[in-house]
Ligand binder design. Structure first.
Ligand code: SF4
Length: 110
């Protein structure tokens, strides 16, 4: 089971968007139940950093909420996807003005 872009959850969001909350919740629970079963033992965390909180979403999210600097690693591709669209507005010239901090440049993070 691949979590990102899972068709069941996409379907659930379509239901929510058209105002069918009941169906959205039903589909969402189907996804969650499948996730629960499949990842009972397996590693679901996509973060590549060596971190003592790996896979411990509750504490990982609390840490990021606490420092407020950035979001957990697994959520970055979602946000980058949206930012890329906005960045098109200036032909990605923002790239000349920004540089990831040292820690992000580690090879294994890519
Ligand atoms: S919230 Fe943190 S621990 Fe959970 S999957 Fe994302 S990066 Fe991993």
């Amino acid at each position: 089971m691949i979590i990102e872009n899972h068709p069941k959850e996409k379907e659930a969001m379509e239901a929510f968007h058209r105002g069918d909350r009941q169906e959205g919740l039903r589909l969402q629970e189907e996804f969650a139940a499948q996730f629960r079963r499949e990842y009972q033992e397996k590693d679901h965390c996509s973060c590549k950093k060596a971190c003592r909180y790996h896979g411990n979403c509750k504490e990982c999210v609390a840490i990021h909420r606490a420092h407020q600097e950035h979001v957990p690693n697994c959520m970055r591709p979602i946000i980058n996807q949206k930012l890329k669209l906005l960045s098109e507005l200036t032909e990605h010239t923002l790239a000349y003005e920004i540089q990831p901090p040292k820690e992000i440049l580690r090879k294994e993070d890519r």
